[in-house]
Design a protein around this ligand. Structure first.
Ligand code: HMG
Length: 409
């Protein structure tokens, strides 16, 4: 089988609450511009007590089924990528499989490699379809996470939450994925980790930024080495090859640092004598990177889902303009593993809506005191979700150590 494979449909989901970073800055005695300009963030998504990674994942996928456009019986592979799982043994994917009433004849499992596993899941699904093993069925890939650092730590303003569900098939209406030409990089590092007994991640923040950039260099060099051995002898500059550059976004400023590093690597690989000028980098950032960071500015880090929030935003905003154009995607997961790959925006990108804008508009801003109460675990899961809750399912607490999920009536 050799035809195009990729994302046929995409649906995003955000929790109900958001916390303004100006409010957090004031509470922590930090200059607000540090979060706004220094990190590039405006607010971060916060989950109510009735939401966890299972509900985020199921609520991202549910609209695809509710609209009748996707039949649960055509799903033969259901993958959930997360680093904020709810159980050490029972995977988030099987809870989601049950809530969505997917068919029993389905391979389903959870994937973990920090923020990278959303891409690991997407590539697995794309290759499953391309290999012919799908036998006409489709894959559902969901990236879902709640990013948590200790309250008061340097990582605190870079939290967030959310999920993106992607239907993968041989009808890539939204994005065909060039899985054959991707470049990868792996290196054992302790830049960000979460021991089994902790609910908040530990991070060596500045070092993690260096690891991310080194991984970008490595993955891009592998991508280029493969491309050069496969096709062109003298490539066009990167900025002429891709209509947009999407990155994993722990905070938007990181994507700006990454894009500068990518352009420097491109200049070096093409034998340019000088590094790209500031004007050149700023121009490319303004046209091909920054427009797609807007969702992440408002959501914060959603770990596995972050790169795919950028994709959702790109498709919603510029899907028509970029239709048939190649774009690049860079996925980074601490620890670390990274992948640089490309795809071509599909012919129907302008027609679909991921639901992201409506969810952003419907959020309720909470105070720092409400956020801290949620973090301290004082708020028990309720019998019913709070007013304004837009999910199809909510977490209703545990019974004999079994997690319970109910439909929102
Ligand atoms: P920090 O110590 O709070 O911040 O840590 P800083 O002092 O480095 O300042 C941050 C930026 O704000 C700097 O800009 C300052 O100059 C600027 P830069 O030099 O980087 O360009 N700044 C100001 N700007 C304007 N006005 C001001 C002002 N003051 C300072 N008044 C850090 C920041 C990101 C390290 C911290 O928040 C952290 O540890 N976050 C978590 C780790 C993280 O996000 N790492 C990113 C790479 S690793 C990754 O992406 C993987 C991850 O997603 C996990 C996974 O894979 O699963 C995290």
């Amino acid at each position: 089988m050799t035809g195009a494979v990729g994302i046929e449909r995409l649906s995003a989901y955000l929790p109900l609450y958001s916390l303004a970073l100006d409010d957090l800055a004031e509470a922590r005695g930090v200059e607000p511009q540090k979060y706004r300009i220094g990190l590039g963030l405006e607010s971060m998504a916060i989950t109510p007590a009735c939401e966890d990674t299972v509900t985020l994942a199921a609520n991202a996928a549910a609209p695809l089924f509710a609209s009748g456009e996707v039949d649960p019986h055509e799903i033969g592979l259901l993958l959930v990528a997360t680093e904020s799982a709810v159980d050490h043994a029972k995977p988030v994917s099987i809870f989601v499989h049950e809530l969505l009433r997917a068919q029993p004849a389905c391979r389903t499992y959870e994937l973990k490699h920090a923020c990278y596993s959303g891409t690991a899941a997407l590539m697995t699904a794309v290759q499953w379809v391309a290999s012919g093993a799908a036998r006409g069925r489709k894959a559902l890939v969901i990236a879902a996470d709640i990013a948590r650092y200790d309250v008061g730590s340097a990582g605190e303003p870079t939290q967030g939450a959310g999920a993106v569900a992607m239907l993968v098939s041989d009808r890539p209406r939204l994005l065909s994925v060039d899985f054959r030409g991707s470049g990868a990089f792996a290196e054992g590092v302790f830049d960000f980790w979460r021991p089994l007994d902790r609910s908040a991640a530990l991070v060596d923040g500045k070092y993690s930024v260096d690891c991310y950039l080194r991984a970008l260099d490595g993955a891009y060099r592998d991508f280029e080495a493969h491309r050069r051995s496969a096709h062109e002898a003298s490539p066009l500059p990167l900025v002429d090859r891709f209509g947009a550059f999407l990155y994993h976004v722990p905070f938007p400023k990181m994507a700006s640092k990454a894009h500068r590093r990518l352009l420097e690597a491109d200049f070096a690989l093409r034998g340019e004598d000088e590094a790209p000028s500031d004007d050149f980098v700023e121009g490319s950032l303004a046209s091909a990177v920054s427009p797609y960071l807007q969702a992440c500015r408002a959501v914060g880090n959603s770990y596995t889902a972050s790169l795919y929030f950028c994709l959702a935003h790109l498709l919603d905003r510029d899907g028509g303009r970029l239709s048939h154009e190649p774009i690049s995607l860079f996925s980074y997961g601490s620890g670390c593993c990274a992948e640089f790959f490309s795809g071509v925006v599909g012919p129907d990108a302008a027609r679909d809506d991921s639901g992201l804008s409506a969810l952003l508009a419907a959020r309720r801003q909470i105070s720092v005191a409400e956020y801290e109460a949620l973090r301290s675990g004082q708020a028990a899961p309720p019998d019913a979700p709070p007013d304004g809750f837009r999910g199809h399912f909510f977490f209703a607490g545990t019974e004999r150590d079994r997690r319970r999920y109910l439909p929102t009536s």
